[in-house]
Design a protein around this ligand. Structure first.
Ligand SMILES: [Zn+2]
Ligand SMILES: [Zn+2]
Length: 828
């Protein structure tokens, strides 16, 4: 063979051999411990990017390492292949989303294969195939049966010019992404999944996820947003009606001086009195154009309009004007907020703007002194704790204690009760788009909503749809799709639902499908899922901390309650890798700082790409791209190449037996070579276990320095040390190692070898320096075997020439020995 390291030749060769020999294909094997390793599957957008290279390199090193340690490793890959980019590409280039998607998958699959990733490709799954999305529909119908899927009116972004619904991502600074028209809110009937039914469990089970990064748990906790407080009824003045409010601050109830309700509140119209009608409708028109649900919400100027009505504070019996306010959202709580301007900053600003009264009910306390606040001089709301005032029998209490007392009072009066509230809302899954999974429901004039029969699934997404990007749901254009017979009464004028499902549903259970990807009588084989689940290690970006990772947890719990799995949580451990940065910014087309993995692999090979992305930074940190770093990784692999092929290793016979760790004459115990080898095995093993891949590679670099300096490169011992180098490096750079392994005469595939263990004896310090003191002064330092007895230490010391000199003509009076440290001689 050529002595030159030519990655493209050896990489293709070994990828082919691994595939032909089904090296990474796995089946259930109860005799071995299973390990399910999963990286978040990609969207087939066209090409893989450096973020993918990094994510998959991280996964692959763990997969290969654990295989070599004897685990039965499931490491699958697939495609999250429904969604807007395909539909947009189709609109812009006149192609079909299915064609675009298939071509991208084909190309990206070649790219992934060129990285030498150890996937079991027989389990490849794509969510846009009817074999997959059939089960989305099945799950939807099961949830519908259980009341977990329901329909209600909800607001969507709407472009009046394109007359279409816009996804949140399609509204850029309040404008339609295509035509720059001002996006509006429009109310449409939408399907929802009742994720709130699992709110408490989704929250409390976060405590079990000790293998997740702390901040992901925190983000989910905040997203679920549990708060404990009270539900309070405020009767409407001169009416039987009442407004229901949820508050986390029942202690401030005596300070509630007005009421703010959401513009969409069902009572808004009824509460508006004749004389206020024109002002209210002007206000409603104005806020229609405001983006009240975005992150800009906090910057939005607080505005409102009086309805002309009053409600009654149930504790003070005072009249409170009812306002419609732009900052109150119907989706949160009850859509009505009791306004306590003295103790809530938003209410404070609103009250100042509209000249509404402030009532202080909590006074701050400092060192036992109550400081009096006066409404006239307050410049901001007082939101902290203190002593209750202006609150009748609760005056003088600590406000924290008053919370429970006031709720009790409300309960006695029958106008309120203790209540728990969550920020988490039900999951709106209707999408007025084409490239997604059809919602399997039928509308019949006589029967109402009728589920598609299970035996008729999948409801196939028709391919002959013209995509223009205008109008409502594209599926509504297809008569052939819409018109169907009612499964219940047989009426021929029934119509199919034309919305498709949010693509987050596709990714909420795909990890289960991998356990039995060709199962066709249920979403997955129960026994196989029982063997493989949960995913032991999941790897993906922090951007999925909330939606995908929360939806997957929700689906898992629903699927458990359907009796298909026994687990409560899908992902035991989670690693969120950092971004790939170049020139100080995340790689992106718009910044022009993208490095194409194809070019990198073509020039240096996949092994270099892998070693670089693992060496440049710990996985959870951002990786700063550097050309020198890539060059460095390439040089390192070249050094390994030369060291192995230019030493005498090839002339030494292999002692390796099948599937075992290297057995050829290892360096003899206690030799420096032996010690270095064992230290390196320990270090690399522990570093991979802790995902400190960069320091693991660092240890291998030191090891190769050591081996390069080693004198007898023709010896059998050296061969043993080199074999360990190749095995330890192989999860990082599998191709070059497989080639070198074969090149030094091994028949068995390196990928099938077991990981070496290390000898603890080699890690113990073998020699210590003994300090010899004579009459309190240091007279000599001697190297002696660690753990020597006093007798052994004395024998060595009394034979030392320096010691002999100092003791000449003196008698030994006393000897004190501290093992491995000091020999103290008193002489005179
Ligand atoms: Zn538009
Ligand atoms: Zn019917």
């Amino acid at each position: 063979m050529s002595q030159k390291y030519e990655p493209h030749i050896i990489e293709e060769k070994w990828q082919r051999i691994w595939e032909e020999k089904n090296v990474f294909v796995v089946t259930e094997d109860t005799s071995r411990q299973k390990y399910y390793l999963l990286e978040m599957f990609p969207y087939p957008s066209g090409k893989i990017h450096m973020g993918h290279v990094r994510n998959y390199s991280i996964g692959d090193i763990i997969a290969r390492f654990l295989r070599m340690r004897g685990f039965n490793v499931l490491h699958p890959m697939g495609w999250d292949s429904f969604g807007m980019p395909a539909e947009n590409a189709a609109i812009q280039h006149g192609t079909h989303p299915a064609k675009w998607t298939r071509e991208n998958i084909t190309y990206m699959k070649t790219q992934l294969k060129s990285m030498g990733l150890s996937y079991d490709w027989t389990r490849e799954t794509a969510t846009f195939t009817p074999e997959y999305y059939k089960w989305n529909q099945w799950f939807f119908l099961k949830m519908y049966e259980k009341g977990l899927a329901y329909k209600k009116k909800s607001y969507v972004n709407w472009c009046p010019k394109c007359s279409t619904v816009l996804a949140n991502e399609q509204v850029i600074d309040g404008l339609c992404w295509r035509c720059d028209s001002l996006a509006e809110k429009r109310e449409l009937e939408q399907w929802f999944l009742k994720i709130t039914a699992y709110a408490e469990e989704l929250l409390s089970d976060l405590d079990k996820l000790t293998g997740w990064p702390e901040r992901v748990g925190t983000m989910q906790r905040n997203w679920i947003g549990k708060s404990i407080g009270a539900e309070v009824d405020f009767p409407i003045d001169n009416s039987q009606d009442k407004i229901k409010v949820f508050t986390t601050r029942p202690d401030t109830l005596y300070g509630a001086t007005f009421m703010s309700i959401a513009p969409e509140h069902p009572m808004a119209e009824k509460l508006t009195v004749k004389s206020q009608e024109s002002e209210v409708s002007r206000f409603m028109e104005k806020i229609k154009k405001q983006d009240r649900r975005s992150q800009a919400e906090t910057l939005l100027e607080k505005e409102g309009v009086w309805t002309g009505s009053y409600c009654i504070n149930p504790l003070t019996n005072k009249k409170m004007p009812v306002y419609i306010a732009n900052f109150v959202l119907m989706e949160y709580g009850t859509g009505a907020v009791m306004a306590v301007p003295a103790h809530d900053q938003r209410d404070f600003e609103f009250a100042k703007k509209y000249n509404l009264p402030l009532q202080v009910v909590i006074q701050p306390q400092k060192r036992g002194q109550i400081l009096n606040l006066f409404p006239e001089t307050m410049t901001e709301a007082y939101v902290d704790d203190g002593i209750m005032v202006n609150s009748q029998q609760f005056n003088g209490m600590n406000n924290r204690d008053a919370m429970d007392a006031i709720v009790k009072e409300l309960e006695e009066k029958g106008t309120g009760k203790k209540s728990v509230s969550y920020k988490l809302k039900d999951w709106g899954i209707s999408r007025q788009r084409y490239w997604g999974c059809p919602i399997p429901l039928i509308y019949c004039d006589s029967c109402g909503i009728v589920p598609a029969p299970y035996e008729k699934l999948p409801v196939i997404l028709p391919e002959d749809i013209k995509l223009t990007g205008e109008g409502g749901s594209p599926l509504a254009q297809s008569d052939e799709f819409i018109k169907t017979r009612c499964p219940w009464c047989g009426s021929s004028s029934a119509r199919r639902e034309t919305d498709t499902m949010d693509t987050f549903i596709d990714s909420s259970w795909y990890f289960l499908r991998y356990t039995s990807p060709s199962e066709d009588t249920s979403p997955f084989d129960k026994d196989k899922a029982k063997y493989w689940m949960p995913v032991d290690q999941y790897i993906g970006g922090i951007e999925h901390a909330v939606l995908h990772l929360l939806y997957s947890r929700f689906f898992t719990k629903v699927i458990r309650d359907l009796g298909l799995v026994q687990i409560d949580e899908p992902f035991t451990n989670l690693l969120t890798q950092g971004m790939v940065i170049k020139d100080g910014a995340k790689m992106s087309k718009s910044k022009g700082n993208v490095v194409d993995p194809d070019d990198l692999i073509k020039k240096y090979g996949a092994d270099t790409a892998r070693v670089f992305s693992l060496f440049a930074a710990p996985p959870e940190k951002d990786l700063d791209w550097s050309d020198e770093g890539v060059e460095g990784a390439y040089r390192f692999l070249n050094r390994v190449w030369r060291l192995v092929l230019e030493s005498g290793v090839r002339s030494q016979e292999s002692g390796v037996k099948e599937k075992t760790t290297p057995q050829s004459p290892v360096p003899s115990p206690q030799s420096p070579l032996w010690q270095e080898m064992n230290r390196t095995i320990k270090k690399v093993t522990e570093d991979i276990e802790r995902f400190h891949f960069n320091t693991g590679i660092g240890a291998l670099m030191e090891y190769i320095n050591f081996l390069s300096r080693y004198e007898d490169k023709e010896s059998k011992e050296f061969r043993g040390a080199v074999e360990s180098l190749i095995v330890l490096l192989s999860p990082f750079a599998p191709h070059i190692c497989e080639e070198l392994w074969r090149e030094i005469g091994n028949k068995e595939l390196l990928a099938n070898m077991l990981w070496p263990s290390y000898n603890e004896d080699a890690l113990v310090k073998q020699e210590v320096t003994l300090v010899v003191q004579i009459n309190g002064k240091v007279r000599s330092r001697l190297n002696i075997p660690a753990g020597s007895s006093q007798k052994q230490a004395e024998d060595t010391a009394f034979n030392d020439s320096k010691v002999k000199e100092w003791l000449q003509g003196k008698g030994i009076k006393k000897v004190v020995y501290i093992q491995d440290k000091i020999l103290n001689i008193v002489a005179g």
